[in-house]
Design a protein around this ligand. Structure first.
Ligand code: SAH
Length: 242
């Protein structure tokens, strides 16, 4: 199950932080590190700070965009020290650990961390199903990147150990769509809403952000998403007069 957890670092600029994050992961049994558009190399500093976890940093996958990093994931959680203008479904770190362990049984799940200086952009945050915030000192709430990785990886490990020790049998899990399928749905939705002129393509406004928030809150299952796609296709067919 822990192999299904991807730790995604977006736009990291200090190579040492990649090493420290790798170490933070490995002590908690996580191995899958993805770097999105890193602003530094994996170098000696990385290896020095990784200590015995350099393998994780060296074997990290590097991709250009967050969408690429999480395309195959059915759960994407973004970590952020502050709440943004658009409120999003939130998880406490402990709940986040439990969710990763239960949903990570059957598919890939991603925990996303932002840039040292500026965190995640609003667009990146809106790519996530949930946000998780470590409830730190409100007057000084921003942890060092690797320490945030440590704290949230620890919660995943605690939830994992708790589940290992408990005797109860698993309930059947809902099957959630992969991130890329959800993105295809949003693209389809936007196209139909633009074709029907509900969305004005010159001035699209906040409609799609709110629609994203709605469907992230509802978490449609794979089958439900197929129904929604089917409805969109039927509208397309009708308005094209075929
Ligand atoms: N100044 C930035 C902080 C970046 S710290 C900002 O305000 O967003 C680098 C990353 O560590 C953040 O993007 C986030 O992923 C993680 N992080 C730091 N403090 C956190 C906290 N209190 N809760 C959750 N994540 C946190």
């Amino acid at each position: 199950m822990l192999n299904n957890v991807k730790v995604v670092l977006v736009g990291t600029s200090h190579s040492g932080n990649i090493g420290s994050a790798a170490r933070a992961m490995k002590v908690m049994g996580l191995t899958n590190l993805v770097l999105v558009d890193p602003q530094c190399e994996v170098d000696e500093q990385t290896v020095a700070l990784a200590a015995g976890a350099a393998d994780i940093a060296v074997n990290a996958t590097t991709v250009k965009t967050l969408n690429e990093a999480v395309a195959d994931c059915s759960l994407v959680v973004g970590s952020s020290a502050r709440s943004r203008t658009l409120e999003w479904p939130m998880l406490e770190p402990r709940e986040c650990g439990k969710k990763f362990v239960s949903e990570g049984q059957s598919s890939a799940v991603a925990l996303v961390f932002g840039r040292e200086r500026t965190g995640l952009t609003n667009e990146e945050l809106q790519t996530c199903h949930y946000h998780v915030c470590i409830p730190a000192n409100p007057e000084y709430s921003s942890l060092n990147l690797a320490m945030a990785v440590q704290t949230l990886s620890y919660e995943i490990r605690m939830a994992y150990l708790e589940r290992e020790q408990s005797q109860y049998t698993e309930e059947a899990q809902e099957e959630y769509p992969r991130h890329k399928e959800l993105e295809m749905f949003f693209t389809h939705f936007e196209k139909v809403a633009t074709d029907t002129q509900f969305i004005n393509s010159e001035q699209p406004g906040q409609v799609m952000n709110k629609v994203r928030r709605l469907f992230n809150r509802a978490r449609p299952e794979a089958q439900e998403l197929n129904i929604l796609r089917g409805i969109l296709s039927s509208v397309e067919k009708k308005i094209s007069g075929k």
